[in-house]
Design a protein around this ligand. Sequence first.
Ligand code: ZN
Length: 353
Amino acid sequence: MFEKSTWIRLPRNVVVGHGVIDQVVDVIDDLHLQGRPLFVTSPTPREVAADPIAADFEAAGIDPAIVTVEEATFDAVEDVIEIADAEEVSYLVGIGGGKAIDIAKMASHHLEMGFLSVPTAASHDGVISNRGSVPDGDTRHSVAAEPPLAVIADTEVLAQAPWELTTAGCADIISNYTAVMDWRLANRLKNVEYSEYAAALSEMTAEILVDNADLVRPGLEESAWIVSKALMSSGVAMSIADSSRPASGAEHLFSHQLDRLAPGAALHGHQVGVGSIMTAYLHGGEKGIWRDIRDALDSIDAPTTADELGIDDETVLESLTTCHVIRDRYTILGDGMDERAAREVATVTGVID
Ligand SMILES: [Zn+2]
């Protein structure tokens, strides 16, 4: 008796490349979206992208409502929901880095409306995935939400974002290696649902990025092209799995815990990259791929040590030994690392002195 079934939700249009920001109105047309949009943006992306897109909409006879958010919080999501109701909009467009897009994603989920994602920084894979994440007190909540109807990633805009945001996006992709190792382990040990397609796609994405690491250089628009395609592909892997597992393992737990212990100290992608070096060591020991991960991060100027993250050694160790509890997600960290073992892995991999 065959009883399996799956439901894969993907964006319908993915538009990537030079100058594609001019095509947002065409995408709306292609999707047959009617009515008024609400643009959710933040201060800098508003100037760079949201205002020019609004002008295109006006020229096409559509009058968008615009809300500028300062921080990704539940309050901001509430505000956006209220404005969407008051302005009688029929879909949302998130225009910005992670913040604006996460808020648009979560608000649209609540409003049961479609949303479009227009990233202005290639800093993490949340720009396409169906997961939203906002801080809530001293924790961070990852919430299932709708995947965007469309993603429009303009490489000219992305290339203008601060360089470290791009290297953070790369590091987030490189961490797919360890995320998949954790996923396989959880499948073997805990019978966690596993998708061979999603795992293979996630690993291949990391591999292509590493193979093209020489082209990831500041000022090169091609960097934005490589990174945004990788982020899309990683997002598709998550959609196929209907889980963040293909791109989020113990290295993400480590990063989320650092967010609580040292808020704002380093970028998400940079933290998961450093976490990935250590969890790769835990998976494979001395002969594992931890050196390849470290070298790949190093070649794109992403941090490989606590020092480069701007986080002190003791905080890194605290995160390593405590992060297994923040989420019910089985990884190589199992039921937690002993303090001496944590010091050992962090020292051997050169993350701490
Ligand atoms: Zn990530």
